[in-house]
Ligand binder design. Structure first.
Ligand SMILES: Cc1ncc(COP(=O)(O)O)c(C=O)c1O
Length: 384
C-alpha cells in the first residue's frame, strides 16, 4: 500500500495511546464521582484514580507523589511557577532569569512579571541553541529568586545542560525551574540528581490526553509559591478547581508507559532519524541541521534548505504533516524567534522544516517523507 500522508509533528502533539484511553474510560462513564467528595464511594474511587496517577507521574522523574500538582497543562504550570515564585519572594528577591528560546508561555509569563515591577534577565543562546553556563553564573545575583530554563527545545530539540544548571542554582541558593514539556517521558530526568526544584509537564506530548499536565514542586519550605487560582483549596491549596479524574488517569497511564518503554523507543527513533538525516543529506546536499547536531532529542529534527522558497517548499510537501520555521504560535506569522535567536536568517528560517517523529512513526513513513522532501527540493533545483 502506498502512503499518501504522514504525521510528523510530534512536538506539536501526540496521538492518545489506546492504553491511556482505556485507563480513562471508567472515569468518563460509571465512575463519575467528584474526587473531592469525601463522604461516599463515588468520590473515593475518583480520588483513588488521582492518587495512582500522582504516583505514576512522579515516578518517571524520581520525585515524591506529593510534589505533583495536577493542572491543565504546561502553559498553566509555567505561569503558576513563574508568577507564583516571584509573587512569593516579592521585593526580597525581585529578579528572574530565563532564556530567549523558551516557549512563549514562559517568556510571556516572565514579561508579565517584568511589567509588574520585577527585574528580568533573558539569556541568549549560542548558534547551537545551548545556554552559556558562565553567562548564567554572571547573571545570578543576591536578588535572584528563580532561574527558568527549558529541558528540550520544542522547535530545535536541543537539550539544555540541566544537571549543570541545577548545580549552579543550588550552589547559589536560587530556585531552578525547567519546562520539561518536550523532555518528560522521553529522556531520563531525575529531579534529585539534577537539583530541579520545579518542573512543568504536559500529558498531550507523551501520548496522554490534552487539557491536563502537572507541576512538580520539590517539597521544602524554600519552594513555597503563591497560588494563582483561588477557590476550594484543591491540590493542597496550590491549584483550586475540581480535578478531572479521567484526564489525570490517562496522564498517569501515559507516563507509566513512557517510563517502561523509554529506552526501547529511543533506540527505535534514533534508527529512523538516522535514516531521515542521511536520506535528506543525499537528496539535498547543502541541507543544514538547525541547533546542535548531537545534543538533542532524537525525535526532533529541524532542517534548513538554504536558498529555497519556503512557501513553495511547504506547498510541495503537502501530505506530510510537519511544522514550518515560521512561528508556531500560529497567531503570529513570520519567522521563528527561536531560529532567529540561534542566528538563522529570516529566509533560511522560512526554508526550515521541523520534523517530529514518535511512537506510531514507521520506516515507510520515513521513506515517504524523504521522497516528498527530495522531490520538493528538486523542484527548486536544490539548495544553494
Ligand atoms: C516546551 C513547551 N512548553 C509548554 C508548552 C505548552 O504546553 P500545553 O499545551 O500543555 O499548555 C508546549 C507545547 O507546545 C511546549 O512545547
Amino acid at each position: 500500500m502506498t502512503i499518501k500522508s504522514a504525521y510528523m509533528d510530534y512536538q506539536s502533539t501526540t496521538p492518545l495511546d489506546e492504553r491511556a484511553l482505556a485507563a480513562m474510560m471508567p472515569y468518563l462513564t460509571e465512575k463519575f464521582g467528584n474526587p473531592h467528595s469525601a463522604e461516599h464511594r463515588f468520590g473515593w474511587e475518583a480520588e483513588a484514580a488521582i492518587d495512582v496517577a500522582r504516583e505514576q507521574v512522579a515516578a518517571v522523574i524520581a520525585g515524591k507523589p506529593e510534589a505533583i500538582t495536577f493542572l491543565s497543562g504546561a502553559t498553566e504550570a509555567n505561569n503558576l511557577v513563574i508568577k507564583g515564585v516571584m509573587e512569593h519572594w516579592g521585593a526580597v528577591k525581585p529578579h528572574l532569569i530565563t532564556v530567549a528560546t523558551e516557549h512563549k508561555c514562559v517568556l510571556e509569563a516572565a514579561l508579565a512579571c517584568e511589567r509588574a515591577g520585577y527585574r528580568l534577565t533573558i539569556l541568549t543562546v549560542g548558534s547551537d541553541g545551548l545556554i552559556d553556563l558562565d553567562q548564567l553564573e554572571d547573571a545570578i545575583c543576591d536578588a535572584t529568586a528563580l532561574v527558568s530554563v527549558m529541558a528540550v527545545n520544542n522547535e530545535i530539540g536541543v537539550i539544555q545542560p540541566l544537571a549543570n544548571i541545577g548545580a549552579i542554582c543550588r550552589k547559589r541558593g536560587v530556585l531552578f525551574h525547567t519546562d520539561a514539556a518536550q523532555a518528560y517521558g522521553k529522556i531520563p530526568l531525575d529531579v534529585e540528581v539534577m537539583n530541579i526544584d520545579f518542573m512543568s509537564i504536559s500529558a498531550h506530548k507523551i501520548y496522554g490526553p490534552k487539557g491536563v499536565g502537572a507541576l512538580y514542586r520539590r517539597q521544602d519550605t524554600s519552594t513555597v509559591i503563591t497560588p494563582q487560582m483561588h477557590g476550594g483549596g484543591q491540590e493542597g491549596g496550590l491549584r483550586a478547581g475540581t480535578q478531572a479524574p479521567a484526564l489525570v488517569a490517562g496522564f498517569g497511564e501515559a507516563a507509566d508507559i513512557c517510563a517502561a518503554e523509554m529506552a526501547q523507543e529511543q533506540g527505535r527513533l534514533e534508527k529512523m532519524m538516522k535514516r531521515m538525516v542521511s536520506g535528506l543529506g543525499e537528496a539535498a546536499p547543502g541541507v543544514k541541521i538547525n541547533g546542535h547536531p548531537e545534543v538533542r532529542w532524537t525525535g526532533n529534527l529541524n532542517v534548513c534548505f538554504p536558498g529555497l522558497d519556503g512557501d513553495r517548499l511547504f506547498a510541495d510537501i503537502r501530505g506530510l504533516a510537519v511544522s514550518s520555521g515560521a512561528a508556531c504560535a500560529s497567531a503570529v506569522a513570520g519567522p521563528s524567534y527561536v531560529l532567529d535567536a540561534i542566528g538563522v536568517s529570516a529566509n533560511d528560517a522560512r526554508a526550515s522544516i521541523r520534523i517530529g517523529i514518535g511512537r506510531l512513526t514507521t520506516d515507510e513513513e520515513i521513506d515517504f517523507a524523504i521522497g516528498k522532501i527530495s522531490e520538493a527540493v528538486g523542484n527548486q533545483g536544490g539548495c544553494i
